[in-house]
Design a protein around this ligand. Structure first.
Ligand code: SAM
Length: 313
């Protein structure tokens, strides 16, 4: 048990304390290289699973510190991008800095920055770039100076359409009606769905936004996010202790296992294209689980992450 997690949660019940506690941000999308690598990974697997064209319209859940994952997609041809978050972590000076770095990386066809999980190197060329998807012809048009300038102006004018290009940053979002039904080609999220409090409503929203043949691509991290010493130690915490740890924070982790996501995806109507599970057997053993998790399957107990893609039929 991590006393620090309990104290932090407890402090949020004291009026005014949340405002003075430092918020470290979300960590990942503060780096252009991270955003570039995340997008190349989702894109490469999407192509492997049958997506033949660069999407026109993208929605991203939980962009975090910057909108760099979406900008990466735009630099490959996406024209319309919705970024939906519950906390306004990103700001425009940082967004513009990250955007300029990304332009240089795509112009240089930079190699994917780090070998993460899941690995996708086998699909890349010898420079570790997906040139079979991002061909020179495609990139020449996506990265034309006029188009790059239009995207930059769209960043400076969020919510407006600039030469057919638009970026909407909606924070906090809760009403699914903010995006038209059947209008989106791809919904992406990276290390986000483990934080979402109403998963059922969220998966339904994703389904309704997508056009037929539209896709979702998600990486979900089931580790403790520092809330316990063992990667799945949060499953030892009782429901009442969890309420204290959660406190009054806008979000933490929802503790839902892999099978909950699978059920919701299938019940929403999606057809699965790929599921890659990261299995880790060095977490807490079954006899340490709180009673609420006693019936968990071995797969859920040991699944520390999943990368999945699915299609709306
Ligand atoms: C760990 S950060 C990940 C940020 C970024 N995707 C990355 O890869 O670095 C989790 C993000 O999910 C967001 N989030 C939490 N609940 C959400 C919800 N219901 N809808 C959209 N975003 C949410 C948080 O505000 C935060 O930006």
């Amino acid at each position: 048990m991590k006393i620090k997690s309990i104290v932090k949660g407890f402090l949020t019940f004291i009026p005014g304390v949340s405002r003075i506690l430092p918020d470290p941000g979300t960590g990942g999308t503060i780096s252009a290289g991270y955003c570039y690598g995340v997008w190349l990974k989702h894109l490469t697997y999407l192509r492997e699973n049958g997506m033949t064209r660069i999407p026109h319209t993208l929605a991203e859940l939980g962009p975090g510190d910057s909108l760099g994952i979406g900008f990466s997609a735009m630099l490959c041809g996406v024209d319309k991008y919705f970024a939906l978050d519950v906390v306004e972590y990103s700001n425009n000076p940082r967004n513009l800095e990250i955007f300029d770095e990304l332009v240089d990386m795509f112009r240089a066809r930079a190699p994917r920055p780090t070998k993460g999980w899941p690995d996708f190197d086998e699909f890349l060329d010898t420079r570790l770039f997906p040139s079979h998807i991002l061909t020179d012809e495609l990139m020449e048009s996506a990265l034309s100076p006029e188009r790059v300038a239009s995207i930059r102006r769209a960043i400076q004018n969020l919510g407006q359409t600039v030469d057919g290009i638009s970026i909407s940053y909606v924070v906090p979002w809760s009403n699914p009606e903010i995006i038209e039904h059947s209008s989106v080609d791809l919904v992406i999220s990276h290390s986000v769905l483990e934080h979402v409090s109403d998963l059922e409503a969220t998966y339904h929203a994703l389904y309704s936004w997508l056009k037929p043949q539209g896709r979702i691509s998600h990486q979900i991290d089931f580790t403790s996010h520092g809330l316990s010493n063992e990667w799945n130690g949060y499953r030892a915490y009782s429901q009442w202790l969890w309420k204290i740890i959660l406190g009054k924070r806008t979000f933490l982790i929802n503790r839902e296992p892999y099978s909950t996501h699978l059920d919701l995806i299938l019940h929403s109507g999606f057809q699965l294209d790929i599921v890659l599970k990261r299995i880790q057997i060095d977490g807490i053993p079954r006899n340490k689980l709180d009673k609420s998790w006693k019936a968990i399957s071995d797969e859920d107990l040991n699944c520390s992450g999943v990368f999945l893609q699915a299609t709306k039929p």
